[in-house]
Design a protein around this ligand. Sequence first.
Ligand SMILES: [Zn+2]
Length: 353
Amino acid sequence: MKKITLFIYSLLFLVMAKCVAQENTKVVLITLDGLRWQELFSGADPLLIANKEYVSDTTGLKEHFWHDSAKERRKALFPFVWKEVAKIGQIHGNRNLGSKVDLTNKMWFSYPGYNEILSGKADDARIDSNDKIPNPNKTILEITNTDSRYKGKVAAFGSWDVFPYIVNEERSGIPVNAGFELANGSDLTEREQFLNALQPRVPSPWSTVRLDAFTHHYALEHMKTKHPELVYIAYGETDDFAHDGDYEAYLKSANNTDTLIQELWHFTQNDPFYKDNTVFIISTDHGRGAEDLNTWTGHGSNVKDAGSVWLIMFGKDVATNGEVSKNEQLYSNQIAPTIADILDVKLDGKALN
Ligand SMILES: [Zn+2]
């Protein structure tokens, strides 16, 4: 009898342990390259949208994105963020309300920004260019992948072809699909095969950055079939359209990315592995100019305010504060410690509560 009871208890324990194991929170980290806080919180910029130098069809663009009120404009530009996320999560970085998010690196361009977000530390001494140099710092992706609980359950997707170096794909062993890479493997889904056929047939405007729809669908397909516990998706178009001085494309791309993120979120909420069990963290690698109308196309240490960024969080156990309207100072180097905290892995730094 005692033996049977013991057997039942150990069986119960096993079942409970399995339940607990399934309770692990998953994390989806997303970045939009160089998307300004000004558009996130106020929508289309009144001066830029009317400027012939940056917009060829102001009337057409205004039909999509213009309202007199900034709150209506931002809703038109980021409907998912302002109609859904504002109710279920927190949105930091509206400097007009006192909420500030800043980079701690002083470079204010991409590699240093992504290094800071992913490793939890600025490294201005070593990360001072966008060159394809394998990152000497360990990212939260690598640290998580080293943990036996998460081994092989981490993946990264990026539109920019420098991500394999930023994540140090070779050392970390994390699969990074970035730039113009195709999906590889012997078990590709029909959709991955189609993406592989389509990507080389759809020319990108840029030599080092692919269009975000490819990055997005490679990532989504991987999430559907492989169920990573931590996935990083780096959209890139917004920065490149801004450098091109094409405000119309910049706005349309920002608006499209909002829809892509909505699709990811709705996928996770309809997938048993991720449902009610996933946190989304969204941010950007740098800001861009605002002071003078002509500085919005660029960024870097010489562009005033290019270190001002923003941060969005929602999902499991994330407090529903909505748009933060109190004085606060957050930093991009808190993102990696926050992920470490959620996944219960070790990384020094101050997590967000
Ligand atoms: Zn840039």
